[in-house]
Every structure is written in structure tokens, then in C-alpha cells.
Ligand binder design. Sequence first.
Ligand SMILES: Nc1ncnc2c1ncn2[C@@H]1O[C@H](COP(=O)(O)OP(=O)(O)OP(=O)(O)O)[C@@H](O)[C@H]1O
Ligand SMILES: Nc1ncnc2c1ncn2[C@@H]1O[C@H](COP(=O)(O)OP(=O)(O)OP(=O)(O)O)[C@@H](O)[C@H]1O
Ligand SMILES: [Mg+2]
Ligand SMILES: [Mg+2]
Lengths: 257, 257
Amino acid sequence: MRIVAIANQKGGVGKTTSAINLSACLADRGIRTLLLDLDPQANATSGLGLMQEDRGSLYAALVEGEDVHNLIRSTHLSNLSIIRSHQELAGCEIELAQAGNHLARLREVLQPLRSLSVFDYVVMDCPPSLGVLMTSALAAADELVVPMQCEYFGLEGLSKIVHIVQQIRECGANPDLTLEGIVMTMFDSRANLGHQVVNDVRGYFGEVVYETVIPRTVRLGEAPSFGKSIIEYDPTGKGAQAYRALADEFLRRRQPA
Amino acid sequence: MRIVAIANQKGGVGKTTSAINLSACLADRGIRTLLLDLDPQANATSGLGLMQEDRGSLYAALVEGEDVHNLIRSTHLSNLSIIRSHQELAGCEIELAQAGNHLARLREVLQPLRSLSVFDYVVMDCPPSLGVLMTSALAAADELVVPMQCEYFGLEGLSKIVHIVQQIRECGANPDLTLEGIVMTMFDSRANLGHQVVNDVRGYFGEVVYETVIPRTVRLGEAPSFGKSIIEYDPTGKGAQAYRALADEFLRRRQPA
Ligand SMILES: Nc1ncnc2c1ncn2[C@@H]1O[C@H](COP(=O)(O)OP(=O)(O)OP(=O)(O)O)[C@@H](O)[C@H]1O
Ligand SMILES: Nc1ncnc2c1ncn2[C@@H]1O[C@H](COP(=O)(O)OP(=O)(O)OP(=O)(O)O)[C@@H](O)[C@H]1O
Ligand SMILES: [Mg+2]
Ligand SMILES: [Mg+2]
């Protein structure tokens, strides 16, 4: 079982859209996937058409000792399960910080899932901050995928998160965390800045950057309003093609050459 | 002196772009404006071409007792000053929470600015979270402007922040906080969803929603990479026209009928 964090402290870069659609594409390939909504704003939960529920989020496991298995729900997609979020998750920011050793808590809570071998992948949608939930996700993950908007502010955010990965590895919280990939999102081919940013990032990070670039498309913004992944909502469109290509590229990297 | 928070816990909705450009337009009208960068990611600081500096952010005043006046810097625009941000500001999330009565601290720190009457407006760029910095901004502000992306996830975020404003008023932290306005951002006229979202928001919030809608334009994304506001970078473009219209509408509301 591999735990993948979809993270970037910059807001609105496509974390949730990528978490939902990458998970849906993996599930569609027959891979048993668990989507973990770690953002108190619960966009991944509602983007798949699900309701929030008190004590239905990881808060119950992280703070109240609930068994993580009781939080798992199925989605309308076969092979895709979810642990939903709820506003209560915001309480973790303070309560885990006060409990001490907060970086290890999420890792502990997810450990039983590894032993049970029910899922091949756990995909974590992270909030746009450098707070407790996001850093716990980095401490619990095997690998990190960073969605990045092809914009000026995106570049600053990228160097920041790369620095944080280094800190998490070096301080011992998660020495094995790897930066699995950077995915360029919301690419607008008419904007010079977009092309420049993609070139800068590829120039600096090389092969870590996925070949697949997610284009900005109207359908990708619409799909969550119907509670659907892009591959159900608009299966032949550019957004679906891009996320399928991303999922394939993601899987190819996981296989030894 | 009026303190205006530009806030929305949802990421990437145009808070920083609106804080920079609204401030620049106000300054351009001769209004003495102070831009306060309250986001540890410091996008407003770099978007105006400024460098971050240790002890150069509000952290020094909030936590270390520094006089707020010593943090004020000029920008390359006349009538526009700035208090920059720095990564150190992230420390406030924990340290202010531990100090107790954190909601009042920012208000206290900004009080000397009111008495000195050096500025007509203080515009605060807030981070995408419901943490200490953002709620302190709501507790310190006279009014709140909420930028909102014309997308499905934007609607959920909006009802959340409206609810929080109510809580801040009712718990006594800031009984006079008003929701000054909602500005629809990154509007893409080709997307049906955009039109629907604008209609829904106007239908529900009526006159609170500004008539001015900020269009999605390539230039608005490029301007910060040159450290410029839109009215310097592309003065005749649609982005500049929209932010000027927003500034005028903002000012008209402030005048008694
Ligand atoms: N490729 C795309 N084309 C068009 N719209 C997109 C695309 N990707 C994401 N969006 C839309 O852009 C907005 C931001 O995307 P999303 O919510 O996935 O980002 P995020 O990084 O999860 O944001 P946050 O930091 O708030 O969690 C959403 O309204 C989403 O529907
Ligand atoms: N109207 C617009 N047209 C095109 N691009 C825009 C527009 N408004 C903002 N942008 C770009 O979209 C991205 C997000 O905008 P911005 O950083 O202002 O949002 P934010 O709400 O401050 O984000 P965060 O939640 O991370 O602080 C930035 O790269 C910005 O340059
Ligand atoms: Mg998200
Ligand atoms: Mg911002």
C-alpha cells in the first residue's frame, strides 16, 4: 500500500481536482484506492457528491481514538473508497499541536490500513497551509505529488514545499518521503507566462515534472458541481484525457524499469 | 481610517490580486493606503516587487512587541505603503493561540495607526485558512471584502465565511464587522458555470455583491511577475478597467447617499 499526499500550501492550484480525478482514474484501472479528504473545507468530499457528517472525518480517529476502518465509506465509483472530511477537522490544528508529537499521529492512525492490505493506494487531499494537517500528511506519506499552477505565484510556492520536504526528511519525521512528481495544472496555452513557468519548472526539476500537463478546461470546473469525476462527467474531453494520462504516467513511474 | 480585510478561506480566489490592485487603485486616486500582507506566503509582498526580511513582518509587532510604525515601508507607488510579510508570520498561528486572547492582539497592534491618522485605508491580504491570522484579521477589521471565484467550490466557501462573520460579531470579538462586499473574480464569460454562479450569488446576496466582475485575463496573472499592479502593467486592459471600476464602486459605497 502506498500513501500519496497531494499537497501544495498555495491555494487553488488544483490539489482537490487532482486528488479526485487521479483517484478516479486509478480506481477505473482496477486499482483499489482510498481517497482521504484532509481539508476541513471538504471540497473533495462534496466534489464526489457526498455529504459531510459529524464524527465522519479523520478527526474522530486523530483526536478521539476512533478506529480508522469505521470512517471508510464507498463512493459511487467501484474500487474507490473515501474517508470524508468535516469542518470538525479544523480542530486538529490546535488539538494535535497541543498533544505533542503531532507529526506522528496521522501516520499511526493510518498504520492499520497498511497491515490489512485492503487498498493499493491512499490518496490524501491536503489543505492550502503549512499547518498541522498538511505537515502531518507529509510525515505520513510515502510520496508527495505537487500540483502547481502555471503562474508566477506558483513558482514561489514550489520552492517552499521542496524546502519543507527536505526539512521533514532531515528532522527524522519522515526520512523516506520522496517528491514523486510535480504536475502542472490549469495550463492555458494562450498565455506566455504559462509556457515560461512550465519551462522554468522543467528546467529546474527535470524528470520530476510529469510530461502530462493538465489544461484549463470548463468541464474540469463543472464536474464537482455534479458530484462526478471528470472521467464520468466528460469522458472524451481534454480534461479526462489529461488525468488518464497522468494516472498512467504515475503508475509507470512506480514500476521498476 | 478604515481597516478592510480581503478574506476568503478558499484558496486561489484572487485575494492577493484584489488586495494589490484595489490598494493600487485607491492610492492612484490620492487615497493614503497601507497594504498589510498577513499571509506567511507573502504573495502580496513579492507581487509588488519587494523582498521579504527577517523581523520585517507583523510577527515582530504581534509577538515581539515591535512598534507597528517601524514595520511600514514605502512602495514604488505614491500614496501606497506596505507592511510586508515573511515566513516568520506562520509562527503566529501557534504563538498567538498559546498567548490567549489571540483575537484581540492584531486589533491592539493596529490601534496606534488609527490615532495617528496617517492612512485613510488599511487593506489586509489574508491567508487561505480559518486559522489565527485570518480570524484575527476579521476581529480587527471594520469591514470585509470577499473575493470569490465563479466556480462550484467557490459557493461552498462563501456560505462558510458569511457564517464566520456572524460568529465573530455574535461572540463579541468584533460586533461591528460588516460584510462590505463580495467581488466575483476570474470570470470567464465562455463558461456557463461562471454565469450560473454569479446569478446564484447575486440572487442570494443582492446588493452586497459588487456590480463589477473581475474577468480572467492573462495580464492579471503576469503583472506580479514584474512586481507591478495591473494599472501600471497594462493600464488600458480589461483587468485594469475592472479593478478601477471596483475601487470606484468601493468608494461610492463608503459615502453616504
Ligand atoms: N484544469 C482546470 N480547469 C478549469 N478549472 C479547474 C481546473 N483545475 C481546477 N479547477 C477549478 O479551479 C478551482 C481550484 O481548484 P481546486 O479546488 O482543485 O484547487 P485546490 O488546490 O484544491 O484549492 P484549495 O487550496 O482551496 O484546496 C476549483 O474551482 C476547480 O474546480
Ligand atoms: N482575474 C484574473 N485573471 C487571471 N489570473 C488571475 C486573476 N486573478 C488572479 N489570478 C491569478 O490566479 C492565481 C490566484 O490568485 P491569487 O493569488 O490572487 O489568489 P489568492 O486567493 O490570494 O490565493 P491564496 O489563497 O493562495 O492566497 C494567481 O496566480 C494570480 O496571479
Ligand atoms: Mg482543495
Ligand atoms: Mg493570496
